[in-house]
Design a protein around this ligand. Structure first.
Ligand code: PRT
Ligand code: ZN
Length: 205
């Protein structure tokens, strides 16, 4: 029988609590060393270690049966995957922020301005819903530095403690999405996570 596969982030903010979650379900497995696939010693389950951005696609195409990912990544990719449960960790907010001394004081002031972000899809949906036309500057990281470098007039990025915004003299204008880690599953396979985690990899309910 084919083993059930669960995709986890290989390193980063989600990893530790994701591992903790699976271990709290009784699964025993070593953490990833060099290998991208590790086996549970007490269940027919493999852990697949990936970049978080790749987890939804692996689950969507069925290469992994389950995955743990930030809801922000899931919604940005519009993968339409089934959220099995919210996990209550890695909480953060996707926020539009501007330099403290900016003349942008409210959302309407963003009209015609440049917003740097790694979340163009979520930002675009939000701006459309408010009928605001702005220029998106897509960046893959270090977004908070963009206004200081005159690359943008505002940013849209994840915030947790707020320290990074503070360091870069940015102030929050609006939270557009609230996120936390979620357990996702491939809907076509319709596996029951708790049943699988108990080591009885039965299909269906
Ligand atoms: O390598 P890989 O692609 O797997 O990881 P990654 O670098 O893309 O992601 P990672 O590990 O940084 O974050 C994984 C997930 O953790 C995110 O997708 C979110 O769901 C969640 N998360 C929770 C956060 C934060 N908190 C967070 N603070 N992701 C990023 N940040 C960054 C943010 O981008 C900003 O630069 O931290 C900075 C702000 O933090 P504060 O505390 O200063 O506000
Ligand atoms: Zn990533």
């Amino acid at each position: 029988m084919k083993k059930t596969r669960i995709a986890l982030q290989s390193k980063g903010r989600l990893k530790e609590r994701s591992v903790e979650f699976l271990r709290s379900k009784g699964l025993k497995f070593p953490e990833n060393g060099e290998g991208l696939l590790t086996s549970c010693s007490n269940a027919d389950i493999e852990i697949l270690w990936l970049r978080d951005d790749d987890i939804p696609e692996y689950v969507r195409c069925g290469a992994a049966d389950f995955g743990i990912v930030g809801e922000n990544v899931l919604q940005e990719q519009k993968s339409g995957l089934r959220i099995i449960r919210k996990l209550g960790f890695s909480k953060c907010r996707l926020v539009i922020a501007v330099p403290k001394n900016s003349r942008i004081l409210e959302l309407a002031d963003l009209e015609g301005e440049r917003i740097a972000t790694s979340y163009p899809s979520l930002l675009c949906d939000f701006l459309q819903s408010r009928n605001i036309h702005a220029t998106m500057i897509p960046l893959s990281g270090s977004v908070e530095i963009a206004p200081e470098m005159s690359l943008s007039d505002a940013i849209c990025d994840l915030v947790q403690s707020g320290n990074t915004l503070k360091i870069h003299n940015l102030r929050e204008l609006k939270t557009i999405f609230e996120s936390e880690a979620v357990l996702i599953g491939n809907s076509e396979k319709n596996l029951n996570f708790d049943t699988v985690a108990r080591g009885r990899a039965t299909r269906g309910k």
